[in-house]
Design a protein around this ligand. Structure first.
Ligand SMILES: [Zn+2]
Length: 404
């Protein structure tokens, strides 16, 4: 049987795969098993004897659930800190704040004027960080992604999409040694169906959004607890110079409560000392930026670059699981239609067992690798988190019975 969230609509919840067949067999066999073991001496301490669930006894495992966690590490919600344009203040002021907190962000950069270092934003000159500085950010774990070549409004001018997106794509490949630049940030957060079509030739995920965001709208950020129907139009919440933690708190609450994906879209950051030509649009006070990052830390968001979270969500939704429990042992087959050279991150697999059982080991059948796992709360079952490698494979799962 299969599980996973194979369609976009599957975003709304977890769908455990249950070994239903076992339940049928269980009724007949469990009584016999219990009576056979009833004579074992009772241990005095919680250190209970481990009784492996051998192939002959497999039918006594009443059920097992396995499903991909909604977000990495089974986090309640996700958050991607994003910056647009690639102005110098972002390198000098914003990135160190992220680094100090261990946050990896995404910088959507305009590629065309980067060599020259100056971008004419209408009538305003803005200094950009250099390709060397972009490579430095990349080496520090941040995502450097496309914001097109010259920042044309591609909703108004979709016929320019191919050239604008294609040129930036080539520059990112060349300058940053990226094989397949994954993400695109739409200039002015907007696009058109024709431009989306072009973008899909180059990229896998696009960040849209805007200044206005009402409750429940994608403008509040990412999936926001709802299914994404177009990964080229992932919503984000623009952060303007007037932003405050008081305004954002309800947004944090809503997205977090929905198990969504919050994508704030920053531009300039100003410490009052930096030259005004180095500032991005709608520059936010550095102190406010710090307070927003610290406010986020009050939640258990999975904080990761935009492309990482998009990859995770796509891999999660395409994952197929099949649980087999027969004379060959307990195995979980996993597979995906996605190309593992692009969709190459691990997924968090959740395995749940009845309380009387314990996960002993998980081995990747192909290479014999022992996979690490960790317990994750015990609300109604034994729950374990396992980092599932990308691609396809078979996990050999060893389960022990702890007590009767
Ligand atoms: Zn922009």
């Amino acid at each position: 049987m299969t599980c996973g969230q194979g369609s976009a609509s599957g975003l709304a919840g977890r769908r455990p795969a249950t070994v239903h067949a076992l339940a049928i067999l269980l009724a007949a066999v469990l009584a016999g098993f219990l009576s056979a073991c009833a004579g074992l001496p009772k241990p005095e301490k919680p250190e209970l004897p481990k009784i492996p669930v051998s192939p002959e006894q497999l039918v006594e495992l009443p059920w097992i659930h396995a499903y991909p966690a909604r977000w990495h590490g089974n986090s309640q919600a996700a958050c991607s800190i994003t910056f647009d344009d690639g102005t110098l203040d972002q390198y000098l002021l914003a990135a160190p704040e992220l680094d100090a907190r261990g946050i990896k962000g995404t910088f959507f950069i305009i590629t065309g004027p980067r060599e020259e270092g100056l971008w004419k934003d209408g009538t305003t000159d803005r200094q950009l960080f250099s390709w060397d500085q972009a490579r430095d950010l990349q080496a520090r774990g941040h995502e450097i992604a496309s914001h097109t070549a010259t920042h044309v409004d591609l909703k108004a001018h979709p016929h320019l999409a191919e050239a604008e997106i294609g040129k930036a794509y080539d520059s990112l490949r060349q300058e940053l040694s990226l094989d397949k630049p994954f993400s695109l940030g739409w200039p002015y957060w907007r696009s058109s169906p024709a431009a989306n079509e072009q973008a899909r030739r180059f990229h896998y995920a696009g960040r849209a959004g805007g200044i206005q965001g009402s409750s429940g709208s994608p403008g509040l950020g990412g999936a926001n607890g709802k299914a994404l129907d177009d990964y080229m139009m992932i919503g984000s919440r623009a952060i303007l110079s007037t932003e405050t933690i008081a305004k954002l708190d309800p947004v944090f609450d809503e997205v977090y409560g929905n198990g969504g994906w919050f994508v704030p879209s920053f531009h300039g950051i100003n410490d009052g000392l930096i030259p005004s030509t180095a500032l991005g649009w709608e520059a936010l006070e550095l102190e406010t930026f710090r307070s927003l990052l610290d406010g986020l830390a009050g939640y258990s968001f999975w904080l990761a670059p935009f492309g990482e979270v998009a990859r995770y969500a796509m891999q999660r939704d395409e994952l197929m699981l099949e649980i087999l429990n027969d004379s060959a042992g307990l195995r979980i087959h996993y597979s995906s239609r996605l190309d593992p050279s692009i969709f190459n991150r691990s997924l968090t697999l959740v395995i749940e067992l009845p309380f009387a059982y314990r996960l002993e080991s998980i081995i990747e059948e192909d290479n014999g690798d022992l996979l690490a796992f960790q317990p994750d709360g015990q609300a109604f079952a034994k729950r374990y988190l396992v980092e599932l490698p990308p691609g396809s494979g078979v996990l050999l799962v060893q389960v022990y019975r702890e007590s009767l």
